[in-house]
Design a protein around this ligand. Structure first.
Ligand code: FAQ
Length: 315
C-alpha cells in the first residue's frame, strides 16, 4: 500500500475516534510529535517536583507535610507513566533523560520560577495544578492510546493536588493580616506564569494545527487558557483575594472573562533557558541523576545475573 493510502487510512481511524496503539502504522511526524509532547510532559512532572519538594521539610504542620509529600510523590509517578508511554513510540528513557539533562528537551516554563514562601505551595497547587488539569482532561481523549490511558489516573491525582493547594490558600486567607498578605503575594507572582503554561497564543503556536487534526490536542492553547481564566476568576471570590490584572472583567457578550496581555517576551525568555531558576533546576536534575547512578548499575547487574540463571536453567 502506498504511503498516501496509509496516511488516509490513519486519518480515517483518527476521525472515527479509534485510538492509535504502539504497533499500528503511523506517520513518522505523528510519532515524533507524540514523543516530543509526552517526553516534555514527563520532564515537566519530574522537574516540577523541585519547587515543592524544597518545602516538604518546612511544612507548617505534620498534616500539611504528609499531604505535600504525597503530592510530590504523585508527580514523580506521573513522570514514570509518561516516560513509559513515550517509550512505546520507540525512544528509550535513557535518551529522553539525556535530552533533558543536556538542555535539548523542553519542560514547562512554570517550573523555572522560585517558590519562596509557604503560600507558594497553595498557589502552585491551585493555579499550576489547576492549569495542568484543564490541559490534561483534554488529553484523556488524545488519539494515542497509551498517552490517553496514562492521563486518566493522572487527572484524578491532579484534582486532589488542586484541592490541597486551594485549602492552603483558604487557611491563609482567613488568617492574620500577615498571612493574608502572603496569600495575595503568591497569587500575584504565580498568576501570569500560570497563564503562560498553556503555550503561545494560537496565532504563534507552531504545532497546534497539525496536533488538532491528529486529535493529539483537542483544544487550542487559547481555548484552554480562557477556560482557566473563567474558572479561576470565579474561584478567587471564595478566597476574598484578587488577580493581578486590572483588565480582568466579565464580558457579557462573549460569556467569558476578558483579561490583559501576557508578557510573551518573558515567556520566550524562560523557554529559552533564561528564567529565574532554569540553571538551578537542571543542575538539581543532573545531580539527582549522578547520585542515582549506583541504582541503575545495580539494577543492570541484577538483570544480567537473572538472565544468566534463566539461560542456565533452560539449558
Ligand atoms: N513551557 O506549538 P506550541 C504539570 C513550546 S504538567 C515550555 O503551542 P504544543 C503537573 C512547545 O513545546 C505541565 N515550552 O506547542 C505538575 C513548542 O516548542 P517545540 C506540563 C512551551 O506542544 C503540577 C513551542 O513552545 N504539561 O504542571 C510551553 O502544541 C505541579 C510552540 O508551542 C504538559 O506538558 C511552556 N509552557 O503545545 C507537576 C501537557 N508552551 O516543542 C508538578 C502536555 C509551549 O516545538 C507540580 N503538553 N512551549 O520545540 C501540551 O499539552 C502541549 O505540549 C502544550 C504546548 C500545550 C504545553
Amino acid at each position: 500500500m502506498s504511503i498516501t493510502n496509509l496516511e488516509q487510512l490513519f486519518q480515517d481511524k483518527i476521525d472515527a475516534e479509534t485510538k492509535i496503539e504502539p504497533r499500528d502504522w503511523m506517520p513518522d511526524a505523528y510519532r515524533k510529535t507524540n514523543i516530543r509532547q509526552i517526553s516534555q510532559h514527563a520532564h515537566s512532572e519530574v522537574v516540577g517536583m523541585l519547587p515543592e519538594g524544597n518545602w516538604i521539610s518546612r511544612a507548617p504542620t505534620l498534616k500539611r507535610k504528609a499531604i505535600l509529600l504525597a503530592k510530590v510523590q504523585d508527580e514523580g509517578g506521573h513522570g514514570l507513566y509518561l516516560y513509559s508511554a513515550a517509550e512505546t513510540l520507540g525512544m528509550s528513557r535513557d535518551e529522553m533523560i539525556a535530552d533533558l539533562l543536556s538542555g535539548k528537551a523542553k519542560y514547562s516554563s512554570i517550573f523555572n520560577y522560585p517558590a519562596i514562601t509557604w503560600a507558594d505551595m497553595g498557589a502552585i497547587g491551585w493555579l499550576v495544578d489547576g492549569a495542568a488539569i484543564l490541559n490534561q482532561v483534554m488529553l484523556c481523549r488524545t488519539s494515542y492510546g497509551p498517552y490517553a490511558r496514562a492521563m486518566v489516573r493522572i487527572c484524578k491525582e491532579e484534582s486532589f493536588h488542586q484541592r490541597q493547594g486551594f485549602d492552603i490558600l483558604l487557611s491563609l486567607s482567613r488568617g492574620t493580616d500577615e498571612q493574608k498578605a502572603m496569600c495575595q503575594d503568591s497569587i500575584n507572582r504565580w498568576w501570569w506564569p500560570s497563564l503562560m503554561m498553556f503555550g503561545p497564543k494560537d496565532s504563534e503556536s507552531t504545532n497546534s494545527d497539525q496536533s488538532m487534526k491528529w486529535k493529539i490536542k483537542r483544544k487550542t492553547n487559547d481555548e484552554l487558557r480562557q477556560q482557566f481564566v473563567d474558572m479561576i476568576a470565579e474561584q478567587i471570590k471564595t478566597l476574598g483575594m484578587r488577580l493581578p490584572d486590572d483588565q480582568l472583567k466579565w464580558n457579557e457578550n462573549r460569556k467569558h472573562y476578558d483579561y490583559g496581555e501576557i508578557n510573551w517576551e518573558e515567556f520566550w525568555n524562560v523557554v529559552k533557558g533564561n528564567g529565574p531558576c532554569n540553571k538551578q533546576r537542571l543542575e538539581a536534575r543532573r545531580k539527582a541523576h549522578n547520585d542515582g547512578a549506583w541504582v541503575r548499575e545495580a539494577a543492570k547487574v541484577h538483570a544480567e545475573k537473572k538472565a544468566a540463571r534463566e539461560k542456565q536453567a533452560a539449558a
